[in-house]
Ligand binder design. Sequence first.
Ligand SMILES: Nc1nc2c(c(=O)[nH]1)N(C=O)[C@@H](CNc1ccc(C(=O)N[C@@H](CCC(=O)O)C(=O)O)cc1)CN2
Ligand SMILES: Nc1ncnc2c1ncn2[C@@H]1O[C@H](COP(=O)(O)OP(=O)(O)OP(=O)(O)O)[C@@H](O)[C@H]1O
Length: 187
Amino acid sequence: MVTKQNVRQQALANLAVFSDEQYAYFMQQIVSKVTALPAWQSAQVVALTISQAKELPTDLLIQTALLQRKVVVLPRVLPNKQMVFMTITQNTRYERHKFGMLEPVDGRVVTPSEIDFVLVPGIAFTQNGHRVGFGGGYYDRWLPQVTATKIAVSITANVFSQPIWPLETTDQMVDQVIVIDEEIDNE
Ligand SMILES: Nc1nc2c(c(=O)[nH]1)N(C=O)[C@@H](CNc1ccc(C(=O)N[C@@H](CCC(=O)O)C(=O)O)cc1)CN2
Ligand SMILES: Nc1ncnc2c1ncn2[C@@H]1O[C@H](COP(=O)(O)OP(=O)(O)OP(=O)(O)O)[C@@H](O)[C@H]1O
């Protein structure tokens, strides 16, 4: 039987093959595709994450959001698999959590209902929005509190037509999965 853990390992292996050049190309595609969404354009408060290791890169999207004068909020993890989202600016300092993620040190904590748009991190998805993350269950616990539009981005190799893993009742879906092309068009 295929488990979420199997899918996670395969999806991370699919991401591991790409060069820095290809990640730069992904980063540009993420900005152009996400910022084209009406839900992004109308959002005042956007919840993003700081990508780490082989996650799809979010740096340029964070910068773009700040330049577009959106309120950008990023997560800090708390005990019991909880998260809070804190506002950032160009001057925000970050510290590395023991699990590896960079987190803002200070800022204002926003309530989930203040958020208009969430970029949900994840490594594998189905076309209609089922998600496999890193396995903490953080977003599965937090997402039920938000009314925001929930968007994810994924390379095509990690988007399935149907879930091949067992679904859990606690799994939270995203509203839309934005697919990023692996192939660089050199024509
Ligand atoms: N960039 C980014 N930031 C993010 C997330 C994400 O997926 N991507 N998260 C999305 O949720 C939250 C953090 N999620 C995490 C999910 C799993 C583990 C993890 O590896 N936990 C292990 C313990 C590891 C250890 O002790 O070293 C565990 O729970 O067993 C850590 C953080 C918040 N920030
Ligand atoms: N609301 C919840 N209450 C209790 N347990 C939960 C809840 N949501 C998820 N879990 C449990 O947390 C564990 C991790 O869930 P899962 O593998 O779906 O995480 P994930 O979505 O990959 O991680 P993340 O959201 O951190 O990216 C599972 O054992 C799941 O049953």
